[in-house]
Design a protein around this ligand. Structure first.
Ligand code: ZN
Length: 480
């Protein structure tokens, strides 16, 4: 009897905890968003007074409110005055697991991503723990965006001890073995970061091609941009782009304020000599290579160039989610950098040049992708995608072009445009419902009314609950 009572108690508890999932069970009926403005992201249009029908996790119909009938038993969401668009992608995220004491809080972090409108995320540094997270989301055991997981980072001579999340590749032979191993382990892409020598790089590219796995990541000073463009690598951070603006590439021993060199004062000394007239030719070369680029501008500008005050960081909505131990580390790193910060004029020029490059790349039709690089420094997953979208807009991109970087472009890059990235009949019901129009002001992406993932509707209360659950896991002492 006692056992039975305990069983009932546990069951009731479980039911109330997972209430929003049961309430929205997608297989039992249709969900209808009624009289909403659809921003489909197929082209730069808004479809006003539309109904969107969702069943079994898919968009089953899309049409004018006056014409499209709503099934009798449908669960209706009043979309009047609201805007629905595809769920967002963050193409460059990590987990806190790589920092501090390597505590696995992936499940909580995934909730934060979802609560902020992410329905697909690429994790840009691999670990077997993340492959488990990817599986748990796919099997619907965990709530969160669909995950794509890059390999552990491919590095050359790596001087740092501790848990590395890295594949050490000192020779082409190391590289060949590492690519094959990562492909076998089920990683979605090969991620390159630091100090990779040219002959090792060439071996990575060649083997990845043979193994049919994409290569993403940094471009280091030992490789340089022309070789990466020739290899058609998908480039993160616009690494080595700025290098192409030096008076000549041998200038300052070829050291520009790019990649890891951003930490070196010596590299910052080159900033006054950067030649902006070289940007159009750089853009032409990138466009010709046909690659996708993830600028991660907000992370670079807010961390290394914009002197944001401690108080401003502390007031950010995501600050309270950063685990205490990691937060202490973050402040130490920030103080270390800012103690010897480069001159203001150089930092301002760096900001202006990064934005100019981003704008001209976009204007030339280079496919840009939104990546937050969270949880680096004080950026937390999910929250920071909105910062990155605003940074695209502040670089001069139209709100529509900015939105492409977090919807259609990444879906196309990942090869999943047939199911995600736009709002069209038959596609996955991964969507965000906003209270205000993001085409008028990109900051309106923050006005989330609901997130729909696989047809499950998370309303404002559910999203608040997800964030709170995450906060309790990440920072058990913090108030709700
Ligand atoms: Zn990163």
């Amino acid at each position: 009897m006692k056992k039975y009572t305990a069983f009932i108690f546990v069951m009731v508890g479980m039911l109330s905890l997972s209430g929003y999932v049961l309430r929205n069970n997608p297989s039992d009926s249709t969900t209808a968003i009624v009289d909403v403005t659809v921003i489909p992201m197929t082209k730069d249009v808004s479809l006003e007074h539309y109904n969107v029908l969702i069943k079994d996790g898919k968009i089953t119909a899309l049409g004018k409110t006056a014409d499209l009938k709503i099934p009798e038993n449908a669960k209706v969401i009043d979309g009047k005055g609201k805007f629905v668009l595809p769920g967002f992608f963050d193409m460059h995220a990590h987990f806190f697991y790589e920092q501090g004491d390597n505590v696995n809080t992936c499940e909580a972090e995934l909730k934060l991503m979802l609560a902020n409108g992410l329905t697909t995320t690429r994790i840009e540094c691999g670990d077997s723990v993340y492959l488990v997270a990817r599986k748990n989301v796919r099997e619907k055991k965990w709530k969160g965006p669909e995950l794509f997981v890059s390999s552990p980072q491919f590095v050359g001579d790596w001087p740092w001890p501790g848990k590395m999340f890295a594949m050490l590749c000192k020779s082409p032979e190391d590289a060949i073995a590492a690519v094959k191993k990562c492909k076998k382990q089920g990683y979605d892409e090969i991620k390159i970061t630091f100090m990779v020598k040219r002959e090792v790089y060439d071996a990575i590219i060649k083997t990845a091609r043979e193994e049919n796995i994409k290569v993403t990541g940094h471009v280091g000073p030992l490789v340089k941009l022309p070789a990466a463009l020739q290899a058609k690598q998908q480039i993160e951070h616009m690494d080595e782009f700025i290098d192409m603006l030096l008076p000549d590439t041998t200038y300052n021993h070829g050291e520009s304020v790019s990649d890891m060199n951003i930490w070196r004062k010596r590299a910052w000394n080159t900033v006054p000599y950067l030649d902006e007239k070289k940007i159009p030719d750089l853009v032409r070369q990138v466009k010709q290579a046909g690659i996708y680029v993830t600028p991660t501008n907000y992370f670079f500008l807010s961390s290394f160039a914009d002197s944001i005050s401690k108080e401003t960081f502390m007031k950010r909505p995501d600050y309270a989610y950063i685990p205490k131990k990691i937060l202490e580390e973050r402040w130490k790193i920030r103080e270390h950098y800012w103690k010897k910060a480069p001159p203001l004029a150089s930092r301002q020029r760096y900001i202006q040049i990064r934005k100019k490059m981003t704008f001209q790349l976009s204007e030339a039709g280079v496919k840009l992708m939104a990546g937050s690089d969270s949880p680096e420094w004080f950026l937390v997953q999910g929250f920071s995608i909105h910062d990155e979208l605003e940074t695209f807009a502040s670089a001069g991109l139209s709100p529509y072009s900015a939105l492409l970087t977090a919807t259609r472009n990444p879906a196309e890059y990942l090869g999943i445009l047939s199911t995600k990235g736009t709002i069209e009949n038959g596609k996955d019901a991964d969507m965000i419902l906003l209270e205000n129009n993001p085409l008028l002001n990109i900051s309106n992406t923050r006005t989330i009314f609901a997130v729909i993932k696989n047809g499950l509707v998370y309303n404002k209360t559910d999203l608040y609950k997800l964030k709170n659950e995450a906060k309790r896991s990440l920072n058990p002492d913090s108030p709700d």
